[in-house]
Ligand binder design. Sequence first.
Ligand code: ADP
Ligand code: MG
Length: 455
Amino acid sequence: MKIQYKLWLLLSAVFIITSFTLFIVLSNNFKQHLQSGYETIALNQGNRVLKEVKDTYPDSPIRSVGYLRIANQEFDGRIIMLDQNKRVFADSFSQLKEDTVLELDILKTGIKTGSLFYHTDEYGYVQYTLISFEEQEITGYLLLIEDANQLSNELKALQNWMIRALILALFLFFFISYFVSTWFSKPIKQIISRLKGITPQKRQFSLNYKRRDEIKELIDTIHNMVEELNLYDVRQRQFISTSSHELKTPLTTMHLILENLPYVRENEDTYKEYVQDLSYEVDKMKTMVEQLLQINRLWDKKLEKESITSSELKEHLIQSFQYLLQEKNINLEFKMDSISFQVDRTLFLQGIDNLVSNGIRYSNQNGTVLIILKSNKLNNNIDISIHDQGIGISSNDLSHVFEPFYRSNDATAWNSEGSGLGLFIVKKMIELHKGSIMIESEPNIGTEVRLTIPM
Ligand SMILES: Nc1ncnc2c1ncn2[C@@H]1O[C@H](COP(=O)(O)OP(=O)(O)O)[C@@H](O)[C@H]1O
Ligand SMILES: [Mg+2]
């Protein structure tokens, strides 16, 4: 069911319930108001009659009847005098015998002075009014019985009037609430139609909406989401284009070498050199393709956390880099708290390998690469830093080193191997672990990479 109709129904239901309650409360109030008016009139009349008839009680019922008859000429109803036991003493109609017991509700309720209204099949609404009095220290009662259909008619007239007003108001309200709910749900309809208009080719979302409320928030959120998707798309396409370009470079070199290979067959040294170059380019391409595959896997990777100890990490690094360290005569130093922590082991080791490999590759001969690992109990983090005394990174390059394929000119000159994907992968790995990475570096002095990973 559409929000518009739901809202419409809800508003109407609330209106109907409210007006129904109001109707009942108002007509009850009015009824009470009318009854108390009728009661006052009857009490006044009764007291006037009492003034005349009182002194005939309790000695002379015959005289009482006479007075009551006279009083009844001005009173449209019946007047009965009752004794202290509420039995008949005198009747203005002279029909009821003395001491008759009347079966009337008002005589059973304990009311001494006041009115009650009943509906009877014979006479419709009837008002009974009882007034107690004392004469010669003996209690007596005056009972007035009169037609109260006038009251009921007044009440009915008012109720009729209210029902008509209510029906009119209901009609008006139906219309108004229809327009209100339409107006209310209009922006939602607009949002849906704009969203349906989004295609992979045309990803745009904008809606002119002035009010400051949740709908505005929704519109802004969708707008930002679409913009972010677009940006993501641009980055993705850029990545593919750069990747293809980077893969094409070694391919072009390989193509050139292969084209020239037949012509240098006679010269054995040159031939060997060409084949070596070819193998170098193939290796480079292989590494790059492997790294690209790794990046692709990182895209929607779910971490599989296992524990790793600092000594395991140390052993792994010494093992992995022993030849490279020997080749450059570089000293690998460790300052590690002996702890164990939870990471995705494969990912984490690949990341650390990338960083240590950078430290070694971009160092001079005989340098030192230092790895520090501390557990930061205060923030529940692991802090790892890798220090080298290598060529460093200029402040210009520093802001780009996490971009895919970015290599500084210094780095390219220093070491032609490398794809510029290493730090990009490390950053993704750290993000997956909800950690952070920072690099500080000074050209020709050295570089420090700091990682923080939550325990
Ligand atoms: N320890 C380091 N010393 C100097 N430069 C570094 C270091 N680590 C990274 N860089 C710079 O950041 C660039 C990107 O590094 P990386 O993503 O690992 O790619 P690659 O090592 O394949 O070039 C490097 O080309 C280099 O310019
Ligand atoms: Mg690298």
